[in-house]
Each structure stands twice: as structure tokens, then as C-alpha cells.
Design a protein around this ligand. Structure first.
Ligand code: MG
Ligand code: MG
Length: 259
């Protein structure tokens, strides 16, 4: 079932979204050479506790994972891109770190992810990060009443194509609201003009992610962390977006990204 949200409900999701944005900004500031992933995880746990928020990840047990997840962040390094299990790893110069975070505040959820380079950045890494950010902005731009779900997928796929990155369609965007995952799967490529007609009140997590040279993925033995099958580096950008009469409203926009 797809639940359309009222403007008041969207405002409540925006409260959660602002917190997620703040936490992702904070992790971006803290992520540095010599910092352990577990330090980042524990820092965000503290922020969530202080805010009186709830992690959407804690005890999450989807069909593909191995038992309940007992962390509040997904931290994916280099060729890892999705669902990275925080573990005892100290960040090194040039590492690419993806941070994904979803929380619920007063019953409403928001989900956002970003990729940053730790220390000295390689040009290829900056390029793929830029591609996911541009794909996300292109997807947001078409998230308007009257367009179709396929327009969002096509917008993401077109940017990937321009950059020459293959696109995996197993994991993509999703509906979001009272819980992190609601109905609607939004593949990161697709045909414009097809699929569900977008309506005001739809709230979606849009999340382009690419690996440089493959669309195939492999799972780590930890049962969570997903990597590019060929070990090539990856990036992931995600925002929670509400479709309104006035156009797309990004609920997880960070201050550093501008309006
Ligand atoms: Mg996410
Ligand atoms: Mg998501």
C-alpha cells in the first residue's frame, strides 16, 4: 500500500530529515585518517540517544541479512557500497567512505547517505562521487506531480550512462514514511514515462549508487556488507524527498549543500 502524506506529516518527516542531515554532516567532519569506524558508529549512537530518536537499523532483520543488525550506521569503505557493517577498521589516507543513516523521530522516518574521501582524494573517486550526486539531483528534479516513477529511474540511469558507469537494479530507492522501507522500489535505471504516476504526498528515498566497472555485487561473510563484484570503487548518494504541489522538497538536505 502506498500512503500519501499530508503536509503536516511531511513536516514531521522533515524534523527527522534535519536530524539525519546534521548527523551526516557531523560524520563527514569526523571521518579522517586514523579514525576507527567504530568511533563513528558510537558517535552517531550518542547523537541519536541525545535527540531521543530511534535508529531504523537497530534490530533490522531483512531477508538478505544475517540476523538483526545491531548498529545505527552503515559504513562502507572503498569497494563496499551498501549496508557496510561497522567494524574495527581504522581509516587510511585515500579511503572512500559511504555513510548511510536512517532514523525515526516521533514516529516519522528519514534516510540519507553520502560518500566522502578521507585524506588525499584520487580523481577517479571524486568523479564517481560526483556522478552519484548529480544523478541524485537529476532524480530530485523530476520528482514532481504528473511525472512517473520511470522518469526518476531514467534520470538516474542517464547520468550513470553519461559517466560510463554500469547500473545495478537489485538495490535502489524506496518509499519511506512511518518506517524506513515502504512500498515502491525505485530502480536506478528505467524507462521514462512508465510506471506509477507521481502525486503530491508521496515520500521517497532516492539513492543512486554506482561501482566504477561492474553492475554485479557480492556479500561479505558478515552477511550485510555489499561490495562491487570486481573490487572496483563505489559511491552512494541518498536523500529523502517529498513530492509536493510546489515540486520536490528534500527533507534531508545538509547545510553544506545549499538550498
Ligand atoms: Mg539509506
Ligand atoms: Mg534507503
Amino acid at each position: 500500500m502506498i500512503e500519501l502524506k499530508t503536509p503536516a506529516e511531511i513536516q514531521r518527516m522533515h524534523v527527522a530529515g534535519r536530524f539525519v542531515a546534521e548527523a551526516l554532516s557531523e560524520v563527514g567532519r569526523l571521518a579522517d585518517v586514523g579514525v576507527n569506524l567504530l568511533d563513528l558508529e558510537h558517535h552517531v549512537r550518542g547523537m541519536i540517544k541525545q535527540r531521543g530518536a530511534e535508529s531504523c537499523y537497530w534490530d533490522y532483520a531483512p531477508s538478505f541479512g544475517s540476523g538483526p543488525f545491531r548498529n545505527v550506521t552503515c559504513l562502507s569503505v572503498n569497494d563496499a557500497v551498501l549496508h557496510g557493517l561497522p567494524h574495527d577498521y581504522t581509516l587510511r589516507d585515500g579511503d572512500v567512505l559511504t555513510v548511510d543513516l536512517a532514523v525515526t523521530v516521533d514516529g516519522w522516518s528519514a534516510d540519507s547517505a553520502r560518500t566522502v574521501v578521507v585524506g588525499t582524494a584520487a580523481e577517479d573517486d571524486l568523479r564517481i562521487i560526483r556522478a552519484t550526486e548529480e544523478a541524485l539531483e537529476a532524480a530530485i528534479e523530476v520528482a514532481r506531480p504528473g511525472n512517473r516513477l520511470g522518469d526518476i529511474s531514467a534520470a538516474i540511469g542517464a547520468v550513470a550512462g553519461d559517466y560510463g558507469y554500469p547500473v545495478n537494479t537489485e538495490f535502489g530507492g524506496h518509499g519511506i514514511g512511518r518506517t524506513m522501507h515502504e512500498d515502491l522500489h525505485i530502480p536506478n535505471k528505467g524507462r521514462a514515462g512508465r510506471g506509477l504516476k507521481l502525486r503530491s504526498g508521496l515520500t521517497l528515498a532516492l539513492e543512486p549508487w554506482f561501482a566504477r566497472t561492474t553492475d554485479r555485487i557480492v556479500f561479505d561473510p558478515d552477511g550485510w556488507t555489499i561490495r562491487s563484484a570486481d573490487g572496483s570503487r563505489t559511491a552512494h548518494s541518498e536523500h529523502t524527498v517529498a513530492i509536493t504541489e510546489d515540486g520536490p522538497l528534500v527533507l534531508t538536505r545538509r547545510e553544506s549543500e545549499g538550498p
